[in-house]
Structures are given as structure tokens and as C-alpha cells.
Write a protein that binds this ligand. Sequence first.
Ligand code: IMP
Length: 450
Amino acid sequence: MPGLAIVGAQWGDEGKGKVTDLLAERADAIVRFQGGNNAGHTIVRDGEEFKFHLIPSGILYPDKACVIGNGVVLDPRILLGEIDGLRRRGVDVGNLKISANAHLIMPYHVLLDTAGEIKLGKLSIGTTRRGIGPCYADKALRLGIRVQDLLDEKILRTKIRAALEPKQQALRELSVQRRKLRKEAGEGEREGAEEAYEAAPDPRLDLHAMTEEHVNYGHRLEPHIADTARLCWEKLDAGRTVIFEGAQATLLDLDHGTYPFVTSSNPIAGAATVGAGIAPSDIEEVWGVAKAYATRVGAGPFPTELEGEAGRHMVEKGHEFGTTTGRERRCGWMDLVALRYAVRINGMTSLAITKLDVLSGLDPLRVAVRYRSREGAQLDRFPYHQSILHSATPEYEELPGFDADISECRSEADLPRQARDYLDFVADFVGVPIELVGVGPGREQVVWRD
Ligand code: IMP
């Protein structure tokens, strides 16, 4: 401590929100450093369920700063919806701070995300269609709109105008292509109506209405806008603990994940420096969060994916449906080749394993310890080449399963021996201690290991 990063060690949805919520007890500030409302986390507190997409998990602690860092892409409509929802339930959101440098997801980003996915057809990534990729693309193109722009109507209008023009062009081209595709597919009868619709100016893309709407968002968000990097420095320099909460996960990292089936930001721990404005030396601990098995939503390689009964068991017992899109998650055995890669690239100092309770009733348990390439080569390391990963088959170590319901276990000694052996095998294999184990959705359903 004082700087502690929490990152996803697999393909997302590992339960980072719950781990952050627990570790936040020791922290002064919780900072999100990348991603947007493509994320989703659920926190169960005193039997009450809270779902967030943008607001960091620490919001339920009134005495902690809760920060949306500059690396986040923020849809103001969604954020204000979350703020209103929390206020209605009596949660004080005065401690929410938003970086003036964070980029905004604009309505055209959402339209482009959807249009892009449709255009890709069978090659689509399976994005959450929340506008994440187009927003980060505009940031890199220097056509982005930032939170601070909401506070100056003239600048806002000028920037929206500059950004909007190429989008209107791109969306027009995409809709023409779509029409052609539809014609080829023989869906001519809907054509007339679609054409009339597409020829009409899209009210969602009107410069003046969009500017006005966003000026209003600016008024409402103004009390929360702050110099969030400085806020982090002040806390860190005073020796206070600051948590940097990653969204998505290592294997969805734009540079180090299974590109192109990734998100458009960097969810690994190193990105906390850029996305929050702190120094690498400010991060002293890195916690990786992994499920006791593996899941993935959207397309892309997933070597240990299961299609049979064990996979169904995980979907049903683990309620594996996305918080953001409701899609059923793909499930499979824990992949220790990928986990060891995630440990190294993040510099993990601790692991939290969630949903161990879901494995109860499966016997034997399997963990992938190496892959075999199509040509028969043994692969002990996560392959960097996409084609090799796509065709790699996992080789498993079999471990004895357990039948007992472990959801009431609160100490390591309460866990069945097979569950403890499973955890020990994982920790030994990847070389990082497992400090926290989730045994159910509730906040109290955890086992802290020595
Ligand atoms: P995008 O981030 O919406 O562009 O989606 C890119 C890929 O990341 C897709 O495969 C999504 O399913 C995946 N993804 C994005 N956010 C999450 C998340 O919070 N959990 C799991 N997968 C995610």
C-alpha cells in the first residue's frame, strides 16, 4: 500500500466489484481508470442489490472519494441515470469526482458501434454496443469531446460540429451498404420504409439539440468535476490507500488480449498510471480477480470452453448472464496458462478467486496446464500468435471435486479438503498467493486466507 490496483485476470465478469468493495474498507479513494458503461458490477449489501456500470464500487462508503479517472469513457446520460438511481435509494453521491479530462461517449458513438458490428457480420466482435470503440477512436484522432467541454457551450458546439461531420458520412455509407446486403438477401419488401427513414435527418444527430442536451448534462455534473489526478497524489503522498479499479480484464486488453476480440482500452494494471494520472511507483500491490472457472462474453478464442453438461452447470449455478447486455456467458474450465500470463503482465501480488461455490457438484475438476498446437507442439506459455491460440487445445490436470454446499464457509478450515487442494494447486501453479475466496454473491460470503 498505498496504491493498490485491482484487475480482471480472465475475460471479465470475475467479480471485481465485490473484491473492490471489500478492499475499499481499507482505502481512502477508489478510482476507475479505463472502460465505460460496457462494464457492469453488482454489489449485494445487507440483502440489497446495487448494479453499476460507471460509478466505482466505493460509492456505498460515504467517507471515501469515488473517482472516475481521465482514462474512462463516460456516457453522461448513463452516469446521470446512476446518480439519480442512487439518490432515490438514499445514497449520498457528494463524494463522486469526475476527471475533467475523461472523454464523453456521444450518441453518434453508440450508433457507430452498432453499425460497425452489423457491417462486420460473421466477423463481429460482439461488443456491448455502448459506443466504447468509436469513442476511444475519436480520442486517438483528437476529435473527442471531454467532460470539461460541457462547461463551455461555444467550445462544445464547435467540437461537436467537427466530430459530427465524418460520423454522418460514415453512418450514411454504412446504411447504404446495409440496404444492399438486405436486397441481396431478398428482403426487398422492407426497403421502401427503410429508405424513407434513412433519408430523413436523424434527430439523434442534430448539432443544436445535441449541444443543448449536453450543456444541461454539464450543469448537472459540474459539482462533481475535479482535478482527479491531483486528488490521487494528495492522498498517496499523505500515505493513504487508493484503489485503482480496472474494468473488463487482461485478456480483453487492447494490446495484450486476444485482439481483435478485445475492448478498446487497456484493463491491465500498468494502464492505471495513464488512466488515473499517477506514477508507476505509486502502485505497490496488484490484486488479480479470477473466477474458479472461466467465462467469456462476445466472440473470440476461449481454449477451455465447455459445451456439455459441466458448462451448463456453470451457466445455471453461476447465473452466467451479463450485467450489461443480459447475454449468456460462455463457460469453461479454469485456464492456468492464461492465468499465469495475466499474473506476469499485471505483476500480481495477490489473487482473489470468486465463485468457488459454483464448482460444488462437479467431479472431477479440471484446470488447463498447457496447450497443444494443431501441429502437436506443447505450448506452456500463452501464445502471442492469434492463429495458434485459435486452434490450440488445452491439456488438463484433473483434481478431485467436492459436493458440499460451501456458501456458509467463512474460514479456510470450513472448506472441504478438495476445495483447499484446488486453491493450492492454482496458487502453486501461477506463483501468487490466493488471499480471498468468494463462496456466494453476498458481501459476507468470503473466506480470507492467512
Ligand atoms: P466493447 O468493450 O463493448 O467494445 O466490447 C468488446 C469486447 O469486450 C466484447 O467481447 C465484449 O463482450 C467484451 N466486454 C466489454 N466489457 C465487458 C465486461 O465488462 N465484461 C465482459 N466482457 C466485456
